[in-house]
Ligand binder design. Sequence first.
Ligand code: SF4
Length: 472
Amino acid sequence: MERISVFDIFKVGIGPSSSHTMGPWKAALRFIKEYATSSGLENIGEIQVHLYGSLAKTGKGHGTDKALILGLSGEDPKTIEPEKIHQVCGAVQRNKLICIQPGLSLSFDPDSSIIFHNNERLPFHANGMRFALRTKTGETFEEVFYSVGGGFVIRQGEENDINGTHLKYPIDTAKDLILWCKKTGLKISEVVFENEKAWRTGEEITAELALIWSEMLECTYRGCHTEGILPGGLNVKRRASYQNQKLIASGPYKNSHEWLEHIKSADHSFKETLNWVSCFALAVNEENAAFGRVVTAPTNGAAGVIPAVMLYYYCFCDNSGMADLYDFLLVAGELGSIFKKGSTISAAMGGCQAEIGVSSAMAAGALTQLLGGNFEKVLMAAEIAMEHHLGLTCDPVGGLVQIPCIERNAMGAMKAITAAYIALASDPHYAKVSLDDVIRTMWNTARDMSDKYKETSEGGLAANIAVNLTEC
Ligand code: SF4
């Protein structure tokens, strides 16, 4: 079985979609880099990219075309400054030229060089893309990649390759995790930390966790302090900033850390707490919709659930600070990887249950450990959260990751918190449904679900809300 690190689940990148933006971006970058290594780029005459399935149907709204331009331009989604995205894409659109290495540009018109095959699908996965290259001497070269959710990319021919890294405590299912916790007496976060040592030293793991948390916090802070209309033409107004202004009772503050201190000392009534959790989640997904820097958790569309629940814990619960937050990420990351192995984290395969449902389950389990629950309660909380997302469809209006996506993150965060408290107040020995049961059910539901509800914008809200996308 595939071995997945916590840092495969949590990756720093650019919005709005891990499968439709990050995946194609990484595929384009990999294609051009590998071709450069094998043959050099000087002899390339022309590049075309063909998109299939869900990538073709909602790729425009999800920024797939921009992601491909950036990848072919050699930009890295982890390090690019978000402002540069519009510069690079704007220049390619205006000049019909793409710079594939310093001093080397190719003719490339996004309107004709990126081809959307709306009615075709490649066999392995709903998010397929084919890169076709012609050299100046007329030779052709093609490669097919699949974006399989959460920013993971597979090249055709590598579908059955597995990352066979040897882990101290191999885990494929929730049942495996239970066995290791019972056998070792370790908490889930401790089991996962030991496994992560297969890839990194203990110091490196802690440094990576700190980076992920810092990116999540800064993303939330930016979202809570940015006003305006989201791009794409739906004219969706950003709300987190307005909500933040209404909720912040005292000020001023100069940075995210001072902001958190204000929130911690603010009114902790039920209503205020609910409003803050929504505000955090909306903030992250407004940033995501605006092509901002976010952390996949496990996807971009669902990137707001986990930061919102972590901030709920940090601001409104008794806690021991950073160490708790790192444990949160370890537990949530492991739960995400169990979902990926047993079902899917791709909306194009499983609808929104695979995005918001999985993120909510990850957050519910992690919060439960931090609030004192043992491993059985952690898994029970994750199961409860997913149980009440089963069948949730993906139907983004106008193909943009805005409606229902942004609010849905707030709902996923609330369900995660509720699931954690239900599990904490329950006896897991009386639970009728295990986490593995619900993961299997989720996968069966995904397979039964019509393609109209799998990130194609052909059903649900997307089919019932008339939109006229007019972007200035
Ligand atoms: S509806 Fe859900 S799965 Fe679909 S794009 Fe929006 S957040 Fe992602």
